[in-house]
Design a protein around this ligand. Structure first.
Ligand SMILES: Nc1nc2c(ncn2[C@@H]2O[C@H](COP(=O)(O)OP(=O)(O)OP(=O)(O)O)[C@@H](O)[C@H]2O)c(=O)[nH]1
Length: 387
């Protein structure tokens, strides 16, 4: 076990769904100071996409396999940090100077923070250096109104990074709201050089006393919480150093659902398609989803095989009603898997509904379902589905 002053600094990078965490992380990882950093990504859903899109130069991305919505993955994070320490100490991986943990957008940050500060074995080897929270200037105010997790993410931050300012109008209202939640955090624009250098991760030992009083309470509450929160993950596992799992099989989760953690109407699911998709059908599907159901679509992330250029996949990002410009990758990140994979997080928008819509646009025949033309004429009408 290392001496306390050798502890590895850990930064938690958080922010609500689609705020721009991975975008910021990709920029920061280009800083030479990040050469010996390990990155832990906690991704929602049963199909990992983030690890394909975060560009790390070394073998340093650890994917927490299961960001299932009703779990905090605290136990898995503790195991991962312990295994990382073991791998460093036994020389299986090169020394690590810093760890960055990118949480899911729905994460309550308190249990993640407590996993580092409250576990004696972890706290002997790692120290929480700071929390960096990304807040999206376009959806930020509404998200803070609607989601407690987002308010907590902002309140615990040492640095508040406001993203997408070029897409938003005035940000004074958002800044005021953030100041009320967190009077002392440094606030910066995601486009600034300060935000994209490794220095943004360096803060000094985390100090809850610099935050609003609620923060200390959340952390104390969290200390007692784990004892009551039971997981039994049939597929519970983590991987590291690019040893990514295939998540396509059915994920059998059995755990006591903690209803206080998340809004029960929030669901995550994925769509996988083996055949390349006609670009027109894709555009119509996305357009309908965005325009008719955008407010229930908290997040959509996809890597798509499009029939016009199947060798160059398209990456799509939807955040509520905003779809960011799609990006064509030069090649498939993992050439052995060229399937379209879409991960969605919805609120009150059933999985079956979205899948039927997708199948209809793909022209997959089924007798009891309207075809693409009928859906485009009347987007809300799906027989048997009441929204
Ligand atoms: N214009 C603009 N777009 C941005 C900015 N930051 C992020 N985006 C876009 O927003 C979308 C989502 O960004 P991500 O970095 O994947 O967001 P995230 O917070 O990691 O998303 P989750 O992990 O799913 O919660 C992408 O299409 C980005 O290109 C920004 O500062 N300006």
């Amino acid at each position: 076990m290392s001496a306390l002053n050798d502890r590895i600094p850990v930064t938690i990078l958080t922010g609500f769904l689609g705020a721009g965490k991975s975008t910021l992380l990709n920029r920061i990882l280009k800083d030479p100071e990040m050469k010996d950093a390990a990155v832990i990504i906690n991704e929602f859903g049963d199909v990992g996409i983030d690890h394909l899109l975060v560009e790390s130069s070394g073998d340093s991305i650890i994917e927490l396999s299961d960001g299932c919505l009703c779990c905090t993955v605290r136990g898995e994070l503790v195991d991962t940090l312990a295994n990382l320490m073991d791998a460093v100490q036994t020389g299986r991986v090169k020394p690590v100077k810093r760890v960055v943990i990118e949480t899911t957008g729905l994460a309550d940050p308190a249990p993640v923070m407590q996993a580092i500060m409250g576990n004696p074995v972890i706290a002997a080897n790692f120290e929480l250096d700071g929390v960096v929270t990304v807040v999206d200037a376009v959806n930020g105010l509404q998200t803070l109104d609607n989601h407690e997790e987002a308010r907590k993410q902002a309140a615990v931050a040492d640095r508040l990074i406001v993203s997408k300012t070029s897409l938003a109008g005035a940000t004074a209202g958002l800044e005021q709201r953030l100041r009320a939640l967190n009077p002392r955090a440094a606030m910066m624009d995601a486009d600034s050089t300060d935000a994209s250098s490794a220095a943004v991760l360096v803060n000094g030992l985390y100090d809850p006393a610099t935050k609003i009083a609620d923060v200390g309470r959340w952390l104390r509450d969290e200390d007692g919480h784990e004892a009551h929160h039971h997981h039994d993950h049939a597929g519970g596992h983590h991987s590291y150093l690019h040893d990514h799992h295939d998540h396509d099989g059915a994920h059998a989760h059995q755990h006591a659902h903690d209803v206080n953690r998340h809004d029960a109407s929030i669901r995550s699911f994925s769509i996988i398609e083996g055949k390349p998709i006609d670009p027109m059908a894709l555009e119509m599907f996305i357009d309908l989803l965005r325009s008719a159901h955008g407010e229930n679509l908290l997040r959509m992330k996809a890597i798509v095989s499009v029939s016009d250029r199947p060798e160059r996949p398209l990456v799509l990002h939807g955040v509520q009603s905003i779809f960011h410009p799609p990006v064509r990758l030069a090649a498939w990140p993992d050439p052995s898997d060229r399937r379209t994979r879409m991960v969605l997080i919805t609120k009150g928008l059933p999985e079956a509904f979205v899948k039927e819509l997708f199948d209809a646009f793909l022209g997959k025949p089924r007798i009891d379902r309207p075809d693409r033309a009928a859906l485009s004429d009347n987007p809300l009408a799906i027989p048997g589905m009441r929204m």
